[in-house]
Design a binder for this molecule. Structure first.
Ligand SMILES: C[S@@+](CC[C@H](N)C(=O)[O-])C[C@H]1O[C@@H](n2cnc3c(N)ncnc32)[C@H](O)[C@@H]1O
Length: 387
C-alpha cells in the first residue's frame, strides 16, 4: 500500500475539487506514474498549510488525463474519489517536520496511517505511538534535492542504494548533477545521450528515473557504454531530448591511451578547444530544437599558469547554442583535497580548484534562431518594506 501527497496553492485548489483530479509537474512525474488504483492520496495547500484527506486513486497515475487542467502546468495526474468524509486540518507543516514525512516522495503504510490518524483527531494525536515503526520505512530510495539556485553542492558522488557510475573512475561525474538535469529538462521515457560517458554515471541515473539512455566513450570501461568518438555520433539529426557531457578538462587526468582521446591534449593548446568544438557541433546536430545540453567543465592551474578552460569552452558553445544559465558545482572529492595541498596553495600563493562549471545550453527553435538579438526588459526589484 502506498500513498502520495499532492500539492496545491490557493489559486489551484478549486480546480482539484471541481475536476476531482490531482496533478503535479514533471519534477515529480515519476511518483505519479507509480500510483495505482486505490492508493491513498492527500492534498496539501501550501499557502494555507492545510491538509485535505482522505482520497483514493480512481485509476492509475498518468500523463495528461485532462491536458487543459491548470492550463497544462501539472500534466502528471490522477483521478480521485473521496474515501469517507473529507477533513481539512491546518498547521500540518509541523507534523511533516516532526515525523520526517517527505511530502514530495511516496508514502509508506505507516506514514499514511499517521496522516489519517492526525486528520481524524489532531487534538489527541500521539506521535510517540509511531516513532519506532517509522525507522527504515521509506518507500522511495534516497534522492538528491532538486536544486533551486546556481550553486550546487552535494557531499557524495552518488546517492541511493545502487551505485551510479564508478566512484573509482578518474574524473567520475557526481550523479546528482545528472539527476537534477534530467528532472528539469526531460520527461519519463525521453532519450538522453552522453557522448563521453566514462564509467556510465548517466546510464545508471537514467535507468532509475525511467529515461532512455545512449552512452558512448572512446575507451568504454563497461559493456553498456558503446565505443565511439564523440566527434562523430551515429544518431539522426534532431533525435535526442537531452545531452549531458563531462568532457576532459585538458590532459590533467590520464583516462586511457586511445589515440583519439581528447584528454591527451593540453588545455593550454588551442587544438583542445578545436577538437571539443567538433563534439559541440555533433551535439547540436543530434539534439532536438528547444532541448538542453549540459556541459561540465573545470578550469586549470598547472605549473603556475591559470587557464580559464570553462570560459573558453563556454565561448565555443555559444557559437551554436543559446545559454540558459551557468551553475557553479562545488568540488568535494578531488585528489588535491588534502592537508598537504591546502598548505601548498597558501604557501605558494595559488588556489585549488573549488568548483566546476555546469554550462546549460539550449538548441534554439527555428524561430528563435532568427530572433537571437532580443531586447531585455529589466524588472526592477524593490526592497521589501522600502519605497
Ligand atoms: C570526465 S570523463 C567522463 C566521466 C563520466 N561522466 C563518468 O561519470 O564516469 C571524460 C571521458 O571522455 C572520454 N573521451 C575522451 N576523448 C573522447 C572522444 N574523442 N570520444 C569519446 N569519449 C572521449 C574519456 O575516455 C573519459 O572517459
Amino acid at each position: 500500500m502506498k500513498g502520495y501527497i499532492f500539492t496545491c496553492t490557493n489559486k489551484t485548489e478549486k480546480e482539484c475539487f471541481e475536476r476531482m483530479i490531482f496533478g503535479t509537474n514533471k519534477l515529480y512525474g515519476d511518483n505519479v506514474l507509480c500510483l495505482e488504483k486505490n492508493d491513498t492520496l492527500f492534498l496539501y495547500n501550501m499557502d494555507s498549510d492545510t491538509l485535505y484527506g482522505i482520497f483514493k486513486a480512481k485509476g492509475n497515475g498518468k500523463k495528461d488525463i485532462i491536458p487543459t487542467a491548470w492550463k497544462g502546468a501539472y500534466p502528471y495526474q490522477i483521478e480521485i474519489e473521496r474515501d469517507g468524509e473529507i477533513k481539512a486540518i491546518k498547521g500540518i507543516k509541523k507534523i511533516f517536520q516532526k515525523t520526517g514525512i517527505d511530502r514530495k516522495g511516496l508514502l509508506n503504510e505507516y506514514q499514511i496511517q499517521i496522516l489519517i490518524d492526525y486528520l481524524h483527531d489532531p487534538d489527541n494525536f500521539d506521535f510517540s505511538r509511531y516513532k519506532n515503526k517509522l525507522v527504515g520505512m521509506q518507500i522511495t530510495d534516497e534522492k538528491p534535492p532538486i536544486e533551486s539556485t546556481t550553486l550546487w553542492d552535494y557531499p557524495k558522488q552518488s546517492y541511493g542504494k545502487t551505485p551510479k557510475g564508478d566512484n573509482k573512475y578518474a574524473g567520475v561525474t557526481p550523479a546528482f548533477i545528472i539527476y537534477n538535469m534530467i528532472k528539469r529538462y526531460t520527461e519519463p521515457g525521453d532519450l538522453v545521450v552522453d557522448p563521453m560517458a566514462g564509467s556510465g554515471t548517466t546510464i545508471d541515473v537514467c535507468k532509475e528515473e525511467n529515461r532512455r539512455c545512449i552512452a558512448y566513450d572512446i575507451a568504454p570501461p563497461r559493456p553498456d557504454v558503446i565505443q565511439n568518438d564523440a566527434r562523430n555520433i551515429p544518431l539522426n539529426d534532431d533525435s535526442v531530448d537531452m545531452i549531458f557531457i563531462d568532457s576532459p578538462y585538458g590532459d590533467n587526468i590520464k583516462y586511457n591511451d586511445h589515440p583519439d582521446n581528447i584528454g591527451n591534449i593540453s588545455a593550454e593548446d588551442e587544438r583542445f578547444y578545436d577538437e571539443l568544438e567538433k563534439v559541440m557541433k555533433e551535439c547540436f546536430r543530434i539534439l532536438k530544437p528547444g532541448k538542453v545540453l549540459g556541459w561540465l567543465i573545470g578550469d586549470q592551474w598547472v605549473k603556475k599558469r591559470f587557464t580559464p578552460v570553462g570560459f573558453k569552452v563556454y565561448e565555443r558553445l555559444c557559437k551554436y547554442f543559446e545559454p540558459i544559465d551557468i551553475i557553479c558545482v562545488a568540488r568535494r572529492n578531488q585528489t588535491s583535497n588534502t592537508g598537504i595541498w591546502h598548505n601548498r596553495a597558501i604557501r605558494f600563493n595559488f588556489y585549488l580548484r573549488g568548483f566546476k562549471y555546469l554550462l546549460l545550453m539550449k538548441k534554439p527553435q527555428e524561430k528563435e534562431l532568427k530572433n537571437l538579438t532580443r531586447k531585455t526588459e529589466w524588472t526592477q526589484y524593490r526592497r521589501r518594506g522600502k519605497d
